[in-house]
Ligand binder design. Sequence first.
Ligand code: ATP
Ligand code: MG
Length: 585
Amino acid sequence: MLFSQMFIPTTKETPKDAVLKSHQFLIRAGYIHQIGSGIYNFLPLGKKVVEKISKVVRDEMNRSGAQEILMGFVTPAELWKSSGRYEKYGGELLRFKDRKENEFVLGPTHEESVTEIAKSYIKSYKQLPLNLYQIHTKFRDELRPRFGLMRGREFIMKDSYSFHASKEDLDREFSKMENVYRNIFRTLDLDFRVVQADSGAIGGSGSKEFMVLADSGEDTIVVCSKCDYASNIEAAKRSKLVYEAIPPKAEFSKFHTPKINTIKKLVEFFKVDEFFTLKAVVKKAIFDSHTQKLDELVYFFLRGVDELETTKALNALNKNGANILELVDASTEELIECGLKPGFIGPYALKNITNANHVIFDIDLENAEDLICGANEEDYHFVGVDLSLFEGLVYEDIAKVKEGDKCPLCEGILEYKKGIEVGHIFKLGQRYSKPLNASFLDKDGKSAFFEMGCYGIGITRLLPAILEQKSDDKGCVWTSSSVPFDLSIIVSNTKDNHQLEYAHKIYEELKKSGLDILFDDRDIRFGSKMADFELIGSAYAIIVGKNFENGIVELVSRKDLKKQDLDCEKLTDEIIQRFQNTKRK
Ligand code: ATP
Ligand code: MG
């Protein structure tokens, strides 16, 4: 491509709201153009990278035996009502009507549509398994669209859905997809981790996320320093806490603790380790509007050293029979209204005072003794508390894993890393097939619901993810399978006909070898052309400059900006060989 002919609107201006370098570079280098909040146009360079990434994904998906389809972006609301998600999906789902008052949604994901396809055509176990995928637009009315393509409202996803006659066969496909995804992110040359993820109300171990490691990542992942254990913090586990501090042995009694209304003050007052204090966390549960239940307060107790992990807490409640959509903070007024004394909340008589339906203790507190807790009375705490003396306490894993906690598999030390979620694989089981009544005849001629899996990759999120991991402060650095151009050719002095002719010659020769080349033929300052090369991030640049008279041109690698002199005569062969080697790698 000739730069002079291409539409690459580069600019020096950094958009005001762009905090991440990936967002700044994608706009400044003319890859994307914002048209609304969380909605972007892809300009030629952006489209090129989307195609390159899609090709990596498509090749690997096709190789795995999955088949590509394309489903309607606009989906009848009826389907979403049948699955129950029309209500449950909340504000992210864009609902609208056509001129005949028919209701629709803009697909944020396509489980309902694809289940309808399977239901229409698959009648027998002999037609299974089946894995269908698409690379298509999604819309989610995100509360806070941000970081450019990272969290858009409209974005492109590769989503696939598999159908199986048995759980075992779903397990097999799930493992296969994990490998397919590993291959995809390896081909994209990314440093990534596969982590255990929250599988929400469905439960089980059937959800894994693929995280690109980057300091700017929104997700915290917990990794073991000794073994392979890695988990999203929302699902992370740990082994039982061990503390060397001396326990505050005491007879059970009530203690006057004036104005001691935080764990910090409590620790100072009693001169104990916070491990032995009992922390109360009160949340307000928001129920599914279908259940007609009013919001109510729910109660959690943890060791003073720990924090509540809201996702784990929500799962624990739902596992114990609740049907709660979301947990939000309870206000001080709401606590007082319930008869509680903020800062002095404890488990004694809690149910009597508040009529609580849900009180959950963190698993690490199981039968713990020598604790200090609030007495549900202003300015009083209990000491010498022994939880084993309580009857019927509910213990669940609800604490947020901390750095320094021990690995649940090998007792190694756990640490945090920051990641960007670029892929997610999930065992759905019969979550959709049952409500949508999608069944087939099994081996024994009996009707059975499909076992399903779903597998997503954020195609357009991968652009910023790659840049967050690879870029420097000058501009975009891509990986070899995502880069828009393998090579830029830059002539330092376009008034010099010899330089220009030579550049044209190698451009034509190298193009024939299949390389994607951007020939910067613009009659502008050399410095500006170099700045654009660094900003756009072609993998290499050949600079035809002052040493050309001596038969030498320069090759610059964008990755490390290292320069190397090459002989003009041998240049094309050398370049072709170099690219063959990198492709083979
Ligand atoms: P997140 O936790 O980041 O909101 P999610 O769990 O909602 O993601 P999934 O529903 O699993 O995401 O979607 C599959 C993939 O689609 C994600 O792994 C991510 O790469 C991508 N994705 C999700 N939401 C967005 C978005 N708003 N903008 C761009 N890509 C997205
Ligand atoms: Mg989301």
